[in-house]
Design a protein around this ligand. Structure first.
Ligand code: ARG
Length: 464
């Protein structure tokens, strides 16, 4: 076998050098995008009379045959032909003869690979956006069932104030909403055709870049041929968006792991998303949540890898850029998998409402209620804070909570405290009263859920 670029060489690289150079082991994932790019290219060459109708039709037919074979996984790729582009070109020539060699007229692998990546990423980002929608919907379903479920809210992982469990969950809805908006915005920069930029400088053939872009469904095309083949910002941006998204999922993973411990017992993850121990028969481990938390590491790594690859690269294409692929494939796979896992976990988990209620009845997370109570009666907040702080210290000494303090004792600390304090201290009432815009008050949480639902619905309507 001889290389498709073998003309000016007197020697071939040894097999192990080929092995080092080749990307076919991973870029074969681009097989469909690569064939589609070629079909658009040849259709354009035909329209512009750069290839005769007969030649173009022969090539197109060959490309369709390769596409069908790819669907049936019948294509044999080899390291000898380095990457997906040269492998397919070789297979095309084998299929239809010498005329296959005309496919590469007015094109380079440099604009070809960039085109493949744009097409591939556009599709995957659209899939990821849909998966985020599904997870958001799962969060809404769980939230609707738990508007009046009270849990301790934490700061510094110390109990702070009681909140609605739905409020806590809905926080992740909004984080995911931002992730989705970032991905949607990035589509503008992904949905761009580099095809026709050639190796770096354009081509002498009278091509029609707008036409091939349109055939591929791209919204637009690059203004500068150097930029078209050198730009990998759209991948960096995706990797960055993926890292932020995984950071959000990783935070939720951590909460699920904590909440399902014996110490918290706030939720139980469904059996189908947990595993057992090979030695300890009692164990139910939150492996899926842990894996999402752990896989965030590789996704962050993929971002740093590509930034490092690109840093200091001169224009235009350099082989270093072949290193843009594995990380991108990996981030796509990891993000898709993690979103699916979370969608399933959120929808199937058991929320232990009774246990959450118990937790919040025996703590000091209602201390702010007492301070606000005094402040509302005219005591400067700072002074109210001090009075309640002393009361908490007293309770800790006595071994009870604010709800157990006798009225006489309260009045020794402040004569302004009256019988109504006991209902004020109720965690349910404390949450209900926090009705400031965006607060945890039930009314606010319901409004938030309705907003979330209409965001998902209006999108659904827009895509119909
Ligand atoms: N396999 C190459 C890559 O992924 C394709 C482009 C190769 N271009 C070249 N001039 N060697 O980057």
């Amino acid at each position: 076998m001889s290389k498709l670029w073998g003309g000016r060489f007197t020697k071939k690289p040894e097999e192990w050098v080929d092995e080092f150079n080749a990307s076919i082991s991973f870029d074969q994932q681009l097989v469909f995008e690569d064939i589609e790019g070629s079909i658009a290219h040849v259709t354009m060459l035909k329209k512009c009379s750069i290839l005769s109708v007969k030649e173009a039709d022969q090539i197109l037919q060959g490309l369709h045959t390769l596409y069908d074979k790819a669907l049936k996984q019948e294509l044999d790729f080899s390291v000898e032909y380095e990457d997906i582009h040269l492998n397919l070109e070789k297979l095309l020539i084998d299929e239809i003869g010498e005329v296959g060699g005309k496919l590469h007229t007015g094109r380079s692998r440099n604009d070809q690979i960039a085109t493949d990546m744009h097409l591939f990423l556009k599709r995957r980002v659209q899939e990821i956006i849909e998966l985020i929608d599904e997870l958001q919907e799962g969060i809404i379903l769980q939230s609707e069932k738990n508007v009046e479920t009270i849990i301790p809210g934490y700061t510094h992982l110390q109990r702070a104030q009681p909140i609605s469990f739905a409020h806590h969950l809905m926080c992740y809805f909004w984080m995911l909403q931002r992730d989705k908006e970032r991905l949607e915005d990035s589509l503008k920069r992904i949905d761009l055709s580099p095809l026709g930029a050639g190796a770096l400088a354009g081509t002498t053939f009278p091509i029609d870049r707008a036409y091939s872009a349109e055939l591929l469904g791209f919204g637009s095309y690059y203004e500068n041929s150097l930029d078209a083949v050198s730009d990998r910002d759209f991948i960096v941006e995706f990797l960055s968006n993926g890292s932020i998204l995984m950071t959000h999922l990783s935070r939720l993973a951590e909460e699920f792991i904590l909440w399902s411990t014996e110490e918290f017992q706030f939720i139980e993850l469904d059996d189908s998303f947990t595993t057992g121990s090979s030695i300890m028969p009692q164990k139910k481990n939150p492996d899926m949540a842990e894996l999402v938390r752990g896989k965030t590491g590789r996704v962050n790594g993929n971002l740093i890898s590509l930034l490092t690859v690109l840093k200091g690269l001169p224009l235009a294409y350099n082989k270093d850029m072949q290193e843009d692929k594995e990380g991108m494939f990996d981030t796509v796979k990891t993000v898709v998998g993690s979103l699916k896992i979370f969608n399933g976990m959120v929808r199937t988990m058991t929320v232990k409402q009774k246990r959450m209620k118990e937790a919040v009845s025996n703590d000091f997370s209602n201390a702010t209620e007492l301070a606000d109570y005094l402040a509302a009666k005219g005591v400067p907040f700072r002074q109210a804070h001090e009075i309640v702080g002393k009361l908490v210290l007293h309770c800790i000494g006595e071994g009870y909570y604010l709800k157990d303090v006798p009225l006489e004792e309260y009045q020794q600390h402040s004569p302004l405290i009256e019988e109504d304090i006991y209902s004020i201290l109720e965690p349910y009432a404390a949450v209900e009263r926090r009705n400031s815009y965006g607060g945890t008050g039930f009314q606010q949480v319901k409004t938030q859920i309705d907003k979330g639902k209409s965001l998902l619905k209006s999108k659904e309507a827009a895509t119909k």
